[in-house]
Write a protein that binds this ligand. Structure first.
Ligand SMILES: [Zn+2]
Length: 318
């Protein structure tokens, strides 16, 4: 039986999605009208800038030698992001690290580049900014326009890069292909803060962006790596979520992810189709906590898990 909810539409040609993307861009400024950003202390010399609902959280590292940012929110919020940074430092903003390519994490790049901020990211983030951006929504992936040349990372790395200023070290390193294939974790060992981008969220199930090279296996590997790094006092900035959390929250998130994976794997071994797996609700005990974000529920997460574990091709008719 074919369930149209999981069937790729496959008829929307590039021109049509680009028109939709352009219209979306025009609406973006209106969408963010009245949105106020909040700057909160995290630990040591690190603050977090967050927006209502918590999304695209920005890390702000400050000191006498200047400011380093982790991510840059949406483009229409760039001025408000700068004002939020100025609440905690009037120093020069020198460096920006993008944790991945999504538009709620690189949107302010162009404005910051215009202020001579040097942008760093994994090679794959820059590679993907050379094309229209795709994001993990609407079954076949939504689209956004190609970022302006000035928005692209200027310095890219494969494994890691370290910054040495403000009397501290800042380590930015590639996480296994998890949320995307260009995920960076940023660790501030002296301030004892981890910024995990969207590999770790407190608002939804893991978002595995298969259109940008993400994977369930990588998500699990990356979370295990973050948990290994974190100590009992480490403060963790999630990609999405209004609160800074600790190591225990990552452990709980990983345990949920592993449990859902194991349940789906068992059902696949029993010969169940995706429709049967969905009907069995393998996430039922977690939906109240992680299944409430309308744009990414169990109906989005479970098919990705099912596909990666070999159940069937993603979103294809069966
Ligand atoms: Zn993302």
């Amino acid at each position: 039986m074919t369930n149209p909810r999981y069937v790729a539409i496959g008829t929307c040609v590039a021109a049509c999605v680009m028109v939709a993307a352009a219209a979306g861009q025009q609406n973006a400024a209106l969408q963010f009208e009245g949105v106020a950003l909040t700057t909160v202390p995290v630990a040591g010399n690190v603050h977090m800038v967050t927006r209502p609902g918590g999304g695209g959280n920005v890390g702000v590292f400050t000191g006498p030698e200047g400011v380093l940012l982790v991510d840059s929110l949406f483009a229409p919020l760039a001025d408000r992001l700068l004002a939020a940074v100025r609440e905690v430092s009037d120093g020069e903003i020198r460096f920006l690290i993008n944790t991945h390519v999504h538009i709620d994490h690189i949107g302010g790049n162009e404005a910051l580049a215009g202020q001579d901020v040097l942008i760093f990211a994994h090679h794959n983030v820059r590679r993907r900014t050379l094309e229209p951006l795709r994001f993990p929504r609407f079954r076949t992936g939504g689209f956004a326009p190609q970022p302006a040349a000035a928005a692209r990372p200027v310095i890219t790395y494969h494994d890691e890069v370290s910054f040495h200023f403000n009397g501290e070290e800042v380590r930015a390193f590639f996480a296994p292909a998890a949320h995307t294939d260009g995920d960076t974790f940023v660790y501030f060992p002296d301030s004892d803060v981890l910024h995990l981008g969207d590999v770790f969220r407190t608002t939804s199930y893991p978002i595995i962006d298969v259109y940008n090279g993400g994977s369930l296996a990588g998500t699990i590997d990356a979370l295990e790596r973050a948990i290994d790094i974190a100590g009992p006092g480490t403060q963790v900035i999630p990609g999405h979520g209004v609160a800074v959390v600790g190591r225990d929250a990552m452990v709980e998130f990983l345990a949920m992810t592993l449990d859902v994976r194991d349940r789906v794997r068992t059902m696949i071994a029993e010969g169940k189709t995706l429709d049967e797996v969905m009907a069995a609700r393998p996430t039922a005990s977690y939906d109240a906590t992680w299944g409430q974000e309308a744009s990414w529920t169990a109906n989005d997460f479970v098919p990705v898990v099912f596909h990666e574990l070999g159940g069937a091709s993603l979103y294809e008719a069966r």
